[in-house]
Design a protein around this ligand. Structure first.
Ligand SMILES: C[S@@+](CC[C@H](N)C(=O)[O-])C[C@H]1O[C@@H](n2cnc3c(N)ncnc32)[C@H](O)[C@@H]1O
Length: 276
């Protein structure tokens, strides 16, 4: 199940984990979204001895939290197409596996809880990925998918009262264009409840959360723009001068940059079904 020439990463995951900014982005994502994710785990259920699969884990914090909650009798598997940031420090009790959720067969075993945050939106064959996750749920097991819906609130500065805010919103449009070119679905989050129901899950619910401004939003924005700046320029979506001006405005702290809305959707595989 290792990475090979077919992986989604090579086919175009935009925010390549091999770039040094990836670690900064994972820290910012953790600061922005972990509290909401952990609240959702409490809502869907999490208990000692559970087997959990964290899909597209990115950084270490979510698998580490799960490992603490399931205890030594449980299992936490953290997978990603690039596992270099999941790390081992603080991740006691976490199994790490390089795995492409769209292309590789589901890992061994059935899981009580499967979670993916900000992963499927990037995966071109997201239907196959979702099917694979649902197949890996034990009967009665829970799925929690948290994904962005950038099209729901297209502006990164909703209060676009001046040129810096307008530039930030233009930069964001360019960023989203790059995502779309690589097969991202910018309206994916809102579709999750019906997709989970159509896949046979029951007790499906969903809600949304997004920060409007915070220091971590600024860190995320700067790291994301740095990661894709060459592509923005190459595609004619921004000039080097605009990128520098935008990064300076973000660094100044006077720009209220937010993030895309995050839709969290969850459901349960019925105790008896034909999904296996
Ligand atoms: C935006 S990051 C989110 C990371 C983490 N889930 C979080 O919310 O902080 C997306 C992650 O999904 C991973 N990823 C992208 N395509 C994937 C695939 N086909 N299979 C598994 N992981 C994938 C990336 O390598 C990256 O670590």
């Amino acid at each position: 199940m290792g990475r090979d020439s077919r992986t989604s990463q090579d086919q175009g995951y935009l925010l390549d984990n091999r770039q040094s900014e990836a670690g900064t982005r994972f820290e910012a994502l953790s600061a922005l979204f972990d509290a909401s994710t952990f609240r959702h785990f409490e809502t869907v259920g999490i208990d000692k001895g559970w087997h959990c699969w964290e899909v597209g884990a990115g950084g270490p914090t979510v698998p580490a939290w799960l490992a603490e909650r399931v205890g030594p009798g449980g299992r936490v598997l953290a997978t990603d197409i690039d596992v270099s940031w999941i790390g081992t420090a603080g991740a006691e009790g976490v199994e790490v596996l390089r795995h492409d959720v769209a292309l590789d067969a589901p890992p061994e075993g059935l899981f009580d809880l499967i979670h993916a945050r900000l992963v499927l939106v990037h995966v071109a064959d997201r239907d196959a990925a979702l099917r694979s996750m649902i197949r890996a749920l034990r009967p009665g097991g829970r799925l929690l998918i948290e994904d962005a819906d950038p099209a729901l609130i297209p502006q990164i500065c909703p209060d676009a009262y001046g040129p810096e805010q307008e530039l930030a919103n233009r930069m964001r449009r360019g960023f989203r264009r790059l995502l779309e070119q690589r097969g991202a679905d910018l309206s994916y989050g809102r579709k999750l409840p019906r997709l989970l129901r159509a896949a046979g899950l029951v007790e499906v619910e969903a809600d949304a959360y997004f920060p409007v401004t915070s220091p971590a939003c600024a860190v995320l924005e700067a790291a994301s723009v740095r990661q894709v700046r060459d592509k923005l320029v190459a595609e004619g979506l921004a000039t080097e001068e605009e990128i520098e001006r935008h990064l300076a405005a973000v660094a100044s702290g006077r720009l209220d940059v937010g993030t895309s809305p995050m839709i969290s959707a969850w459901g349960r595989r019925p105790a008896e079904d034909g999904l296996g």
